[in-house]
Design a protein around this ligand. Structure first.
Ligand code: SF4
Length: 223
């Protein structure tokens, strides 16, 4: 059941206009000119991006995945070498270990391929719903998935579309109200919106294109 009282068409029209020159976070053009774009490189890039700024993720992805872009090539690398290639991404030591474990798992159990199945992706150690959704959308080009990061969780709650406590609840709530035609654009538009205008602390409401549609729930201070 989709909500009839929310002006999704107008909101998405305004946000698309605002961010018409945006770069998709996990998929910036510059990065994919240097790395072969596959489900595997999307998965590893997404793991690197967790709790890390886009620019750092991009540079680390290029250093690691330019040469080592398959599970087979990756398992030849010592963990310390992966660490040095991905530093300074957040939790680089844990991530290096995970990347090697996941690569081995893909070889042992999935013929060296990244599963094209959401629930199978969730079985990979270190892969949560956000990463699995991103791999389905941006790695396998599948429709019907909604990656929810901190911005995609915070903003719909602020606007007043939903009232949820966790990204997982947000994913389920949005699945019920957001028209399917906006699912493909939702993640990258809202990530960009959350990084530039509807920032976590003191959002820039005075220059927000959808100000008139927002209830500003729990916004105590704005600019
Ligand atoms: S009006 Fe303010 S709180 Fe609402 S979406 Fe815009 S920036 Fe965010």
């Amino acid at each position: 059941m989709k909500s009839k009282n929310i002006h999704f068409d107008e909101i998405f029209r305004l946000l698309k206009k605002e961010f018409k020159n945006y770069e998709i976070p996990v998929l910036s053009r510059k990065k994919w000119e240097e790395i072969v774009h596959t489900p595997y490189t999307t998965l590893i890039s997404c793991l690197l991006s967790l709790r890390t700024k886009d620019e750092i993720t991009e540079q680390a992805s290029i250093r690691l995945l330019k040469k080592f872009d398959t599970p087979k090539k990756m398992i030849e690398l010592p963990v310390q070498k992966i660490q040095s290639l991905i530093y300074p991404v957040g939790f680089y030591k844990t991530k290096a270990k995970r990347i090697k474990e996941i690569s081995k798992n893909l070889i042992d159990n999935y013929n060296g391929n990244v599963p094209e199945n959401f629930n199978e992706l969730l079985k990979l150690k270190g892969v949560g719903r956000k990463t699995a959704n991103i791999v389905m959308v941006y790695g396998h080009n599948k429709k019907g998935f909604l990656p929810i990061d901190t911005h995609c969780h915070r903003i719909p709650n602020r606007i007043g579309w939903i009232n949820t406590k966790t990204p997982e609840q947000t994913e389920h709530a949005l699945r019920k109200i957001l028209p399917d035609k906006y699912w493909d654009d939702f993640n990258h538009i809202f990530v960009k919106f959350g990084q530039t205008i509807c920032v976590p602390i003191s959002p820039f409401c005075s220059r927000c294109p959808i100000d008139r549609y927002c209830k500003k729930i729990s916004v105590r201070k704005s600019r």
